[in-house]
Design a protein around this ligand. Structure first.
Ligand SMILES: Nc1ncnc2c1ncn2[C@@H]1O[C@H](COP(=O)(O)OP(=O)(O)O)[C@@H](O)[C@H]1O
Ligand SMILES: [Mg+2]
Length: 243
């Protein structure tokens, strides 16, 4: 029998105009920072935005945004709290600071459970902060969220980009739309990543320099919005809004 939660997820997702999964081949390339600042910027522009941290092994967006006391409420489902102008949901609400090692089937179960029980309501954008690579959470998100689109993050490193190629190939095979690629923590003038991105048939959306101010801004959404990263994300937002 089909899992009844799947049709519930579809009903919930119908209320959301656009679901953007911030993804990458490798970890540590800036997905969580980009997902958080993208969500903040879209909310600042007046959009109804949700941010959902789906990186069950290393959730980070709560730390980036400095979310401490806010908690979801139970009301025939889970109502995400409103934080810094956006609706926010993360596995950390249930795992607290404990390690939550999950095996494949448990990842799927937790993901389906959270997707089917979280009441986002009407949203213009739901931003998903994904774990790196093509693991269970990524495959399940593609399987269960039929209006999903990917925003791929890479650094300037060939090593990071090699894994982007794989991810792009998989998404093409699965016929999942890719908004484009963002090159993060850039410290050179090379346009190699831009060219490689175009060779893959993907849009090169934005380059974000390495910004030494970021670390001090972690945990303070107002400071984050003053960083070069936020400035670049603001630029990216305008592009996304015009798509
Ligand atoms: N453009 C940038 N400039 C400076 N530091 C950055 C930048 N992008 C990301 N970082 C930092 O790099 C680290 C990894 O970023 P994170 O968003 O956690 O990556 P991921 O989610 O891909 O694992 C974090 O400490 C983050 O603050
Ligand atoms: Mg992350």
């Amino acid at each position: 029998m089909a899992d009844p939660r799947i049709s519930i997820i579809n009903e919930r997702m119908k209320e959301i105009d656009s679901v953007i999964a911030v993804s990458s081949g490798k970890g540590g390339v800036g997905k969580s920072l980009i997902a958080s600042t993208l969500a903040l910027s879209l909310a600042k522009k007046g959009c109804a935005v949700g941010l959902f941290d789906l990186d069950f092994t290393s959730p980070s967006t709560h730390a980036i945004l400095g979310i401490v006391d806010e908690r979801p409420k139970e009301n025939k489902g889970i109502v995400p709290p409103m934080v810094h102008g956006l609706k926010y949901m993360s596995i950390t609400y249930y795992s607290h600071d404990l390690a939550t090692p999950l095996r494949g089937a448990d990842v799927s179960n937790a993901l389906v459970e959270l997707l089917s029980t979280t009441i986002w309501g009407k949203l213009n954008y739901l931003i998903l902060d994904m774990p790196p690579g093509m693991g269970d959470a990524t495959l399940d998100a593609v399987r269960f969220v039929n209006n999903i689109e990917f925003l791929i993050v890479t650094t300037s490193s060939k090593l990071a980009f090699e894994t982007v190629k794989k991810l792009a190939t998989l998404l093409r095979e699965l016929r999942v739309p890719v908004l484009g690629v963002v090159e993060n923590m850039k410290m050179n003038d090379s346009n190699a990543i831009q060219q490689e991105t175009q060779k893959l048939g993907l849009k090169f959306l934005e380059e974000i320099p390495y910004d030494s101010e970021v670390e001090a801004a972690i945990g303070h959404s107002d400071k984050l919005l003053q960083t070069v990263v936020a400035d670049r994300m603001n630029h990216l937002c305008s592009k996304i809004l015009s798509i």
